[in-house]
Design a protein around this ligand. Structure first.
Ligand code: KG4
Ligand code: ZN
Length: 385
């Protein structure tokens, strides 16, 4: 058999997703329930909350994927399910559901590595030439792969500590932005025109591994130095006076308005301190600083990504194309900058639509599909380890 209709199931973290992929027709449906609103109040993903939500959503999400594709489960040949890496309690729900369908309805079963799904996600919408370099940047991973064919890839580098998305999330938290931090950082950075105000350290060592935990520390100490972060209370606490002083330094175009702020405080410090004037001033300076941090951070991460891609291209001159995938690849600025960089090197650049950058089941069904064509089926002993 060389044609397959695959049902993909993805529950590795905080998205319950299902998709139908068919030979010659591609993605017929891709359905997702995101727990972002559930997890927001915790400032991250709580595994127990994630598992319970998957359990509640998995059946209706799979049903919707079948309905959208206008299929019944009878038309499915293969169940492709994410088995690793991820939260064990979440993975187990997708895997048990997939195995049950496979056992009860005599379907073929394939386990898919979530990261292989991301690595091939730009192939969902494009004919990507091999050899190919893929940069995967998400909340849990920052990896570089050299891909020579379907299922044929080697690992070139990874983060040694925090992932790029995790750095965005943690730094966003430092400056009181909601979770997930990446989209908020992008919004604010755009308002500051993607300028590099604070020149955070790039750590440009010639290796294909990444490290982002130092960047978070550097941002935190820079904020402390600006009098805008209290290490004891772990609070972002911009004071109007300090900020007026530091913002003055960074934004020459606003000097007049900022001087007026200082004069107002100096003229009536008690009134300002007691009343709303002080609060407003503090909030407006806080916002200005947030924009500057976000913008400097994004430029810094852009430089790090370009440096690593450049180094990989030099070390592997046979590479014909580059892709940028994972949740962080939703970032239009990073996408555009990497695209421009690849153009200058005559290398084709690909990045999936946002719906295939973040966790989704279409990428899992796609990998399941080529594994099915390669005859790589599994039995019911399939596990998450
Ligand atoms: O791939 P993904 O949805 O889930 C994981 O497997 O982690 O990635 C989520 C990550 C989060 O850290 C989020 O802050 C980041 O992707 N992210 C972004 C943007 N949108 C999401 N980072 C930067 N800019 C964005 N626009
Ligand atoms: Zn992911």
């Amino acid at each position: 058999m060389s044609k397959y209709t695959v049902l993909g199931i993805e529950t590795s973290c905080d998205e319950t997703a299902a998709s139908v992929y068919k030979t010659d027709e591609g993605v017929l449906s891709s359905v997702l329930f995101s727990q972002i609103d559930l997890q927001k109040e915790y400032g991250g993903v709580v595994p127990e909350v994630a598992s319970r939500s998957h359990l509640e959503k998995i059946r209706p999400i799979i049903q919707k994927a079948l309905d959208d594709a206008k299929f019944t489960i009878d038309a499915i040949d293969v169940i492709a399910v994410t088995t690793k890496p991820g939260l064990p309690g979440s993975l187990l729900i997708g895997l048990c559901f997939g195995k049950t369908i496979a056992w009860a309805l005599q379907k073929k079963l394939i386990g898919v590595n979530h990261l292989e799904g991301h690595a091939f996600s730009s192939f969902l919408e494009n004919d990507v030439p091999f050899p190919h370099l893929c940069l995967t940047a998400s909340g849990g991973h920052t990896n570089l792969y050299l891909i020579n064919g379907f299922g044929d890839y080697t690992f070139l580098g990874q983060t040694l500590d925090d992932a790029a998305g995790e750095a965005f999330d943690k730094i966003a938290k430092l400056i009181n932005l909601p979770y997930p931090g990446g989209p908020e950082i992008e919004k604010l950075a755009q308002q500051a025109n993607f300028q590099d105000f604070f020149k955070y350290p790039r750590g440009q060592a010639n290796t294909l591994n990444f490290s982002f935990s130092g960047l978070k520390t550097a941002v935190m100490y820079d904020l402390i130095q600006r009098g805008a972060y209290d290490l004891k209370t772990k609070q972002f606490s911009p004071s109007p006076v300090t900020l007026t002083h530091s913002t003055r330094f960074a934004c020459s175009g606003r000097l007049e308005r900022l001087s007026a702020d200082v004069s107002a405080i100096q003229a009536s410090p008690d009134a300002v301190a007691k009343g709303d004037g002080w609060k407003d001033l503090s909030e407006s300076k806080g916002l200005e600083l947030k924009k500057q941090v976000a913008s400097s951070l994004l430029v810094c991460v852009k430089d790090i990504f370009i440096h690593k891609i450049n180094y990989a291209l030099k070390s592997h001159p046979q590479i014909k194309s580059v892709s940028f995938v994972g949740g962080v690849a939703c970032n239009k600025y990073l996408k555009q900058e990497l695209h421009t960089f690849c153009e200058t090197r005559n290398i084709q650049f690909f990045s999936p639509s946002p719906k295939y950058c973040t966790d989704n089941a279409a990428m899992i069904a796609f990998v399941g599909h080529y594994k099915a064509k390669q005859g790589k089926f599994e039995d019911l002993s399939l596990d998450i380890f």
